[in-house]
Structures are given as structure tokens and as C-alpha cells.
Design a protein around this ligand. Sequence first.
Ligand SMILES: Nc1ncnc2c1ncn2[C@@H]1O[C@H](COP(=O)(O)OP(=O)(O)OP(=O)(O)O)[C@@H](O)[C@H]1O
Ligand SMILES: [Mg+2]
Length: 302
Amino acid sequence: MTGRPAIETSGLGKDYGRRRAVSVVDLRVAAGEVFGLLGPNGAGKTTILRVLMDLIRPTAGRARLLGLDARRDSVAVRSKVGYLPADFAVYPELTGHEVLRLCAGLRGHPDLATAHDLAHRLELELDRPWGELSRGNRQKLGLVQAFLHDPELVLLDEPSSGFDPLAQRVLHDWLRAYADRGGAVLLSSHALSEVERTADRIGVLLDGRLELVGRVDELTGAALREVEFSFATPVPAAVFEDLPGVREVTATGATVRCRFTGPVAELLRVAADHDPRSVTGHEPDLEDAFVDYVERHRTHAH
Ligand SMILES: Nc1ncnc2c1ncn2[C@@H]1O[C@H](COP(=O)(O)OP(=O)(O)OP(=O)(O)O)[C@@H](O)[C@H]1O
Ligand SMILES: [Mg+2]
């Protein structure tokens, strides 16, 4: 991480009345980095993005974006930061062109080259009224306006929601190229295979707390892996249950399935003594790792 962080929050919290939505979030996102904010529905992702954009006020802590104070310097923040809200909507009679010209005027950035470039890549028709666009195409317009003023940082709330696989690829390539030029991205997403491909680091929010921050491979590396053996004759689960790292063993006839963390070596050695006929393995992807993490965390919490 070099130079000033693009986003820096300390002790950020937000209560809605008596309901705590976000508590003590310390988040740093560097220039040139794509950071994925993950978490179950209601975890607080949208709330954090809205606090950063000064659309709602935090009840605790503070946030800086590009060295500017999120609250005091919110006007300057808006001229340098792009934002795609979760519920992007405009007047239905406005065409894409009109929306972009309006945004360009409001942000004092008349050059529409970036917006046209992205709209073209997404095959978005800009001469149709918003009200006539399909859901995915409305979302594309939302994405295009977020990048319109060549921001140094973008906050994207579920940017690919409604996107077809082609648009998802365009978004992925666009974000990578943007970050490679030094732009910073904070995105919230439930599309975990996409986050896995796009994000440099991820943070997992649970009940308003940032419980884990790391590289994608750190989360997948800690997740449960799975291996299934078929033996010549039935083998009891107990043979594998006490091996290091083994969490769960299911024995059905001559088939034994183990879920485990860490190296597979000991499992293979023990299996080899029981006349194995076949072995298949499954490496966790980010989605497996995320579900696994949330489930384990909830088990501990209750
Ligand atoms: N205006 C509001 N008034 C009261 N509670 C709210 C309000 N907005 C959000 N909340 C609550 O704050 C918590 C966090 O909501 P938030 O929308 O930030 O979650 P999220 O992580 O974006 O979820 P999702 O994945 O569904 O988009 C939830 O418990 C939600 O019910
Ligand atoms: Mg949300």
C-alpha cells in the first residue's frame, strides 16, 4: 500500500434508532485496489457506502475519502468519487443521453468520453428513455454515470445486479483496467465468482461488523475442503474422524466423504490402508468459503 489510502474509516458506526446497522468499522482501501465488501442480506454494506457518500450520517467514528473528510468535504468528495447506489433510478422520460448530460453538468465535467466508451462496451443504447429500458440496461446506465467524471475512486453497490454474463465480463475488465491505472474500487456484491475474479481483497461484514479482511485466497485457503473415497468394502467413519483438521465425516456404504481443513496427506495415508478404489476432491471457491465462514461464525455466535 503506497501513499494516501483512497478510503480510510475509523470506528465507523451507524444506528437507525435503536437498531445498530454498522459498528466500529475500520476499513482501508488503497489506490489501485479493488476491494469487495461481502456479507449476508442486512449485514450493513449499503449503509457503509451511503455513509461514505454522506447520504446518511454516521452515529460514531469518521471516514476519509481521497484524503477528504466524508462529511465536511462532501461536495469535493462528490466531484472526485463515483457512486452507483443500490437503487439507481432517474426520471423515466429522460433518455440515457439526457441523464449523462445532466450528471455532467452537475459535476462540472462536460467531457463525456469515458461515459460513451463504457456505454459502448456495454452495448447500452443511450437514446431510449429510462422508463423503457430493461432492468439490466438501467443498471448499465447507473454504472456509466458512476464513471462519467473520471473519478479517482468509485463506490459500487451491487454493480452487476441484473447483468448478463457478457456485461459482467465488460464490468470485470473495466474495473481491472481502472484499478491498474490507479483508481480505487469499493464494491458490494453477492456475485461471488465475479468478486473472486475481480477483487484484490475482500472484507466480510456480519451484523454490521467487519469480521474478516484479506485476500481471496486467504479466505478460500481457510475454508473446508472436501474429499470422497470409494472403498472396496464399507469403512467406518471413525477411521477418519480423529485425524487432524477433519471436521465432518459421512460414511455411506463403501463411500466416505470427509470435510477438512489443511493438508490432505494424512487422510490419503489412512485411506490407502483400506483398499480405496477411487478418490475425488473438491477445492472451495469463494462462494463455498463465504458460506462456510458465515455458517461457522453463526454457530459460534449462538
Ligand atoms: N432506513 C432504515 N431504517 C432502519 N433500519 C435500516 C434502514 N436502512 C437499513 N436498515 C437496517 O440496517 C441494516 C443494514 O442494512 P443494509 O441495507 O446496509 O444491508 P446490506 O448489507 O446492504 O444488505 P443487502 O445485501 O440486502 O443489500 C439492516 O438491519 C437494515 O434493516
Ligand atoms: Mg445492500
